[in-house]
Design a protein around this ligand. Structure first.
Ligand SMILES: Nc1ncnc2c1ncn2[C@@H]1O[C@H](COP(=O)(O)OP(=O)(O)OP(=O)(O)O)[C@@H](O)[C@H]1O
Ligand SMILES: [Mg+2]
Length: 365
């Protein structure tokens, strides 16, 4: 490429889309002077499209999802159809396998053969992807490295059922969008919130329907786990225990969270009980990993709308013996300074959409 053509290269905008169980998140970014610049973003609750409350997970027919996506694109005033889309973790099967030592050209075939043992449907019904987990050269001596070579390679295998891809494809087409990839949400989040450090981190993504736990080592996913409880379960528990409508419960949860004070003692108690359960499960996953691999998880990163609950981190800090931070995916983008506070607060909700957009942007290079 000549100097001039790169100098006058058109700025292309891209979209990242995250259709969650309770809300759609969309982000539009572009590259300017080598930086990813935020152009617009938006969020839309899906509940009302299925006649239920905001904040709840909802199963919508494709035409309703299309209607909602179109609405949020219009509302956010997006200006491109160039995009990528996340797929829910629940749409995938993620396994970690060890394959025997083979030449690089044979790895694909061997992974297929090994993966068959773990994937409960015929392989022609799934989209299979894999990546080799690099050995830790830094920690492995010459002798050990040749020994591990003989032991084979650790491989991360991701399978997505074709039905999911086809469903998403028809939704995207219905919206007039042209995604170049579908990516399991974990990988989008990792891109948006983690740096390529050598440390081991755990990500907690508390959505409406479920809470996803990922352990990431040197940028690579090493373990993933789903807790089938999310932030909507807190709302439903509140509604039941306090005999109030789900809408009121959602609003109490968002307004006061754990910071309601003595006047809202019951609210605090019910939320605490629910979070204790999730923290207990998360801690078990973390401790299990540390024990199994002899690794110390040095930081927990919080994402998903559920972690926006007031007082969430204070309780998390008591429950975990680990540093706790909020995800800051907007930190990977150039954003207007006067909105810094808003971005810091909205960050956890937009991790997936921003991660998708960043990948789409990198494809343009
Ligand atoms: N300020 C807040 N305080 C407490 N909870 C909140 C707040 N804002 C959003 N939530 C909760 O976060 C949840 C939505 O989070 P998010 O958008 O990450 O979910 P999702 O991606 O749609 O769900 P999933 O990841 O399970 O598919 C809702 O249940 C909502 O009640
Ligand atoms: Mg989500």
């Amino acid at each position: 490429m000549s100097f001039l053509s790169s100098f006058f290269k058109k700025e292309t905008s891209v979209l990242g889309l995250d259709i969650g169980s309770s809300a759609i998140k969309v982000v539009q970014i572009k590259k300017k002077r080598g930086k990813a610049v935020l152009e617009t973003y938006g969020e839309l609750a899906l509940g009302p499209y299925g006649q239920i409350e905001v904040g709840r997970a909802v199963q919508l027919p494709p035409e309703k999802v299309i209607e909602a996506v179109k609405d949020i694109l219009r509302e956010a005033k997006t200006t491109t159809v160039t995009c990528g889309s996340a797929l829910p973790l629940s749409a995938s099967l993620i396994t970690f396998i060890t394959i025997p030592p083979v030449e690089d050209s044979k790895i694909g075939d061997v992974v297929q053969i090994e993966a068959r043992k773990y994937i409960p449907v015929p392989l022609n019904e799934v989209l299979l992807d894999y990546s080799i987990i690099p050995k830790e050269e830094a920690y492995v001596s010459e002798d050990e490295s040749s020994k591990t070579e003989k032991q084979g390679k650790d491989v991360l295998v991701v399978a997505i059922h074709n039905d999911y891809i086809n469903e998403y494809q028809s939704i995207m087409t219905g919206c007039g969008l042209t995604p170049s990839f579908y990516e399991i949400e974990i990988f989008s989040s990792i891109r948006a919130i983690l740096d390529q450090g050598v440390t081991t981190n755990m990500v907690i993504d508390m959505g409406a329907r479920s809470t996803k736990l990922y352990i990431v080592e040197r940028g690579m996913l090493r373990s993933s786990h789903i807790i089938n409880k999310g932030s909507q379960d807190i709302t439903l528990a509140l509604s039941k225990a306090l005999s109030i409508s789900v809408g009121e419960a959602e609003s109490l949860k968002r307004t006061y969270g754990l910071k309601g004070g003595p006047e809202y003692k019951e609210l605090t108690e019910i939320i605490t009980v629910n979070l204790d359960y999730m923290f207990y499960e998360s801690n078990a996953t973390l401790l299990n990993y540390q024990k199994k691999y002899g690794k110390n998880v040095s930081k927990i990163i919080l994402t998903g709308g559920g972690v926006l609950l007031r007082g969430f981190t204070d309780l998390a800090k008591i429950s975990f013996q680990t540093e706790i931070v909020y995800a800051d995916p907007f930190g990977k983008l150039e954003t207007p300074a006067f909105l810094a506070e808003e971005f810091a607060q909205a960050g956890p909700e937009f991790a997936v959409a921003i991660g998708v957009a960043l990948r789409r942007l990198s494809e343009l290079e």
